[in-house]
Every structure is written in C-alpha cells, then in structure tokens.
Write a protein that binds this ligand. Structure first.
Ligand code: BLA
Length: 516
C-alpha cells in the first residue's frame, strides 16, 4: 500500500475479480487438459468432498475418481454439450472414495476444461415439472405487464417463488451508472429498499463487464472461507485461472463486506441485458441464514433472465408512449385554458392542470412580457431575471436543457440545491419570453440507500475503499447536478412551445381580421 497513491473509486474498478485464485467452498473445481483429462489445477477442499488429498490428484487423470462406465458417460456428455464460454450441467456421477453423488458443471477456458463438482441434490421429475411451470407462468406474467414497474414486480415475484430468497429486488441502472430498486418482493420482517438509489461504484465497472458475459452468480454463505487453487506447477500457463464463467468463483472481499453491512447472509444476482448493455440486475438477499440453490433452480433463473431481458425494450417503449400521451393530454388542457382565458400566463398558471403538473420539476417560472410568475421551488425573481438575461445573450437554441446549470452559468451556484437542472423554452426570438423548469440537486431529491447501511471508513494502511467512504466520494462527484431531463420531457416542452406560438399567432390573425 502506497499512502501517496490517492484512494479513489478507480481502486475498485481495478480489482481483478475474474482471477481470484480461490473458490467458494460449496463445491470443488478442477482444471483438466484435453483429451487426456490430466488434472492441472485442483481446489484445496478435495479431502472433505472426495476423500483425496490434492497432491494425490494433481498430474493424475480425472478418471481416477470414477469407474469405467462413469468415465464413458462423462466423455459422451462432454462431446454432446456446447461448453465454450458457458458453463453447463453435464451429468450427475458418483465420485471419489465414498462414491458421493456430484453434479458436474463444465466449461472451457484458456484451452482447458474446467469442471465444477457440486454435491448433488438430485431434483426429481416432479420438482423439474414444477420449476418449468413457474418459469412459464413468469414469462407470461412479465409479457402481460402493462408498465415497466409491473413487469419488474412480476419478475421479482417469480424469482422469489423459484428461489425462496428472503428478498428479491429488480435493480435498474441509470444513465450515470447509479441504480434504483424499482421492484421488491420480500418477507415483511425486513425493511424495504424500494425506490432507494445506490451509487455507481457499488457495482464497479469490471463487475458489470463480467456480468454481461456471465448471467448469474450465487454466494450461498457470505461467511465462507475461500479455498485456494493448487496447481501441478507454479508457472503452468493456466495460472492465474480466468474464472469468469465458474459458478464457484470466489467473490471480491469488498463486496462480501458490503453484503455483511447490508445484513445479507447469502446473495444472488441475475443479469438483465438490453441491446448488449447491462440494463439491471435481479438482486437477491437472504437475511435469515445461508441459502444454497441446486443447479436446476439456478439454470431456471438464468433462463428466465435471458427471456425477460428480451422483453425490456418493449416495456420501455410502451412506457415512453404512455408518458407522451399523458403529456399530450395536459398540453391540450393548457391550450384550452390559455385560449378560454385569452391569456397565456393565466392559462399556464391559474388552473388545474398547470405547468407544475406537466414536466416533473421542483419549480417553474413563466416569464412573459415583463411578467414573472414563479411556482413551486425556484430561485428568487431577481435571480430568474438575471438568468433570463444570460439566456438571451448566450443561448441561441429555442430549447436549452442541462442537468448541471452551474457549469454553464456559475452565478446560479448559491441556488444549486433548487436549480441544478434547467429546462428553458424560448417563446420569442426578439423578446425575453421564457418558460423555465428548475430541478433540484440529485442528492436532495432521491433517497440514497448507500449511506446508512454502510459503516466504516478507509481502513488505516489499506488501499481498499470501504463502501461508506465510496458514498462520500460519489457525493462529491454528483454535487451540483440534477436528474437529467428525459428525451420525452424535452420533446413535450418543444411541443408546448409550438402550441403556444400557434395559439398566439392565431389570436393575432383573428385580431387583424376583426380590424379589417
Ligand atoms: C458486486 N454489488 C455487486 C453485486 C451487487 C452489488 C448486486 C453483484 C454481486 C451479487 O450478486 O451480490 C450491489 N446489491 C448491490 C446494490 C444493492 C444490492 C447496490 O442488493 C441494492 C439494493 N462495492 C462497493 C464499493 C466497491 C464495491 C465501494 O460498494 C469497490 C471498492 C465492489 N461490488 C464490488 C465488487 C463486486 C460487487 C468488486 C463484484 C463481486 C464479484 O462478483 O466478485
């Protein structure tokens, strides 16, 4: 640890989580060369699981653990499965001194065959049928859900039913990498995390990249002791072993600390991927004790993750369409009011709905022909006047949207708590007529889950950034910024501008006709 090296969030991004050199202890992992099946690497926990010391296995053939018939079955299923870049269940075999039953899950990596052995739970036919039915009805429920939230709720419910985790959440990433819990199914005993926001650094970049390739990870017991990998020779080319696709991969100790701080005793997450981007995760916690899942259930969850990932784009499009219809409805009402009142300012501000019901913002200012009507939480009128003057001089476009106004206009800095975001619509080319929407600083608007659940500071003499400290660093980074304006919101502002201009032009024409 070099104290002159500043500890920042990139420290998290640099932890090479795909090559931990150890596994979780609920199974054993072997690296085999092909076609001879010589054991090149083995996890140190073989005595407990197989009754063989690792030294007895290294350099030997994998066939030493089984009879000739089992070996033939193993070779046959190996030949039949596509296991490049995905780990798949091969078969269940009796292995080792006591002939214990193991589920064999295999994939290829770095030109080697990686076999993971998990004590078998042997799901019978009725369980498999039940799981299949659950997945099928989950897919249908998600498909039918009318909104993104309803979709996420169905998904959380289905995963909870399949896995019996105490808490199942759907966690959606935002444009800036932060995330929000948009759905939650949990036992009543536990506090809710619904709608809580978490900083981007809680799931660092390399973890997200890994979760794009590998769709599911399980930590059955956060108190586990990592089991080291042992190799036939210390400089074999398979070292360090890339465990990107290994179900038993040992987890980052920082993340383990994070889970313990959250009161989780076991954790699982499933990737949700839209257009090749990590859109979110189904995040599961068990609070009452360790929680393991057999391969069948994990495979069902992973399959469900794949299928519902394909539905996300449709749900978002439906949501966007519904928002646009809502904006159009309010816009029509506003136009009607302006027309009946024969007064643009009154029509936008004095009735219901008014401009504060239109685009989501902390406050609105209507500045027209020298009148300034302020609604909600806005800077004082004098500050708004100066802002308008600056907009008139510096901003050419008729629409100006920013979620970090102080960067463009430093004089607003004392008011960033209420005006970090600005959506400005210019109604007239020559005169300073504007509609302004103000958005408060992010920190003031969303509930952050990071802070209270994460104790501890940067540890003395350690290069590791603890979760609490990361929240502080993150807070500094998002200071003076608001939640960005969505494109459908900017479009709604543009449409309203057009409608007001049309209305005013129509009135002018009407007036000149009457004067003729
Ligand atoms: C991984 N962090 C994760 C994962 C989740 C979260 C879901 C995936 C692993 C898993 O399934 O448990 C975060 N979990 C959350 C969040 C919620 C939740 C936000 O339930 C909200 C409800 N984490 C930090 C900091 C660092 C960090 C500061 O807070 C880095 C210094 C690291 N998180 C970190 C790492 C991983 C991780 C390295 C990868 C773990 C692994 O797969 O090995």
């Amino acid at each position: 640890y070099d104290p002159s090296f500043p500890v920042d969030l990139t420290t998290c991004d640099r932890e090479p989580i795909h090559i931990p050199g150890s596994i979780q202890p609920h199974g054993a992992l072997m690296v085999l060369s092909e076609p001879d099946l010589t054991i090149i690497q083995v996890s140190a926990n073989t005595p407990a699981l197989l009754g063989h010391m690792p030294q007895e296995l290294l350099g030997q053939s994998f066939s030493l653990l089984m009879g000739p018939e089992a070996l033939a079955n193993f070779r046959e299923s190996l030949a039949n499965e596509q296991i490049e870049s995905t780990a798949l269940y091969l078969l269940t075999l009796a292995l080792g001194r006591e002939g214990r039953m193991f589920d064999l899950i295999a994939h290829r990596m770095q030109g080697m065959l990686i076999v993971e052995l998990e004590p078998s739970t042997q799901s019978d036919q009725s369980v498999i049928l039940r799981v299949y039915r659950m997945v099928r009805s989950a897919v249908t429920a998600c498909q039918r859900a009318p909104t993104l939230r309803a979709f996420a709720q169905s998904l959380a419910g289905a995963v909870r039913k399949l896995t019996c985790f105490d808490r199942v959440m759907v966690y959606q990433f935002q444009a800036d990498g932060c995330g929000v819990v948009i759905a939650e199914e949990k036992d009543e005993a536990f506090e809710s995390y619904l709608d809580l926001h978490y900083p981007a650094s809680d799931i660092p970049r390399q973890a997200r990249a890994l979760y794009l390739r590998n769709w599911l990870r399980l930590i059955p017991d956060v108190t586990y002791q990592p089991v080291p990998m042992l190799a036939i020779s210390p400089d074999h080319p398979s070292i360090p072993l890339d465990m990107s696709y290994a179900a038993l991969r040992s987890v980052s100790p920082i993340h383990i600390e994070y889970l313990i701080n959250m009161g989780a005793k076991a954790s699982m997450s499933i990737s949700l991927i839209k257009n090749g981007q990590l859109w979110g995760l189904v995040a599961c916690h068990h609070h009452t004790g360790p929680h393991d899942l057999p391969y069948d259930i994990r495979a069902a969850c992973e399959f469900l993750g794949h299928v519902v990932s394909l539905q996300i784009g449709d749900k978002e499009a439906a949501e966007e369409a519904a928002d646009t219809i809502a904006f159009q409805g309010i816009q029509a009402a506003l136009v009607q009011q302006m027309s009946v009142a024969n007064d643009v300012v009154a029509g936008l501000t004095q009735f219901h709905p008014n401009l504060t019901n239109f685009i989501d913002a902390g406050g609105v200012a209507v500045c027209l022909e020298g009148q300034h009507v302020l609604m909600g939480t806005t800077p004082p009128e004098a500050v708004v006047r100066e802002l308008i003057e600056w907009l008139g001089q510096e901003v050419r476009d008729s629409i100006f949207a920013t979620h970090s106004l102080p960067q463009h206009y430093p004089p607003i800095t004392p008011f960033t708590a209420i005006a970090s975001g600005l959506l400005a619509v210019r109604l007239d080319r020559t005169r300073p007529n504007y509609l302004l929407w103000f958005r408060p600083e992010v920190i003031q608007t969303v509930r952050w889950g990071g802070n209270p659940t994460k104790p501890a500071e940067v540890q003395e003499g350690s290069a590791v950034l603890t979760p609490r400290r990361s929240f502080e660093v993150w807070k500094e980074r998002v200071i003076q910024t608001a939640i960005p304006w969505r494109s459908c919101e900017v479009a709604a502002a543009r449409d309203l501008r057009r409608a007001i201009i049309d209305l005013v032009l129509y009135k002018v024409e009407e007036l000149s006709r009457l004067n003729e």
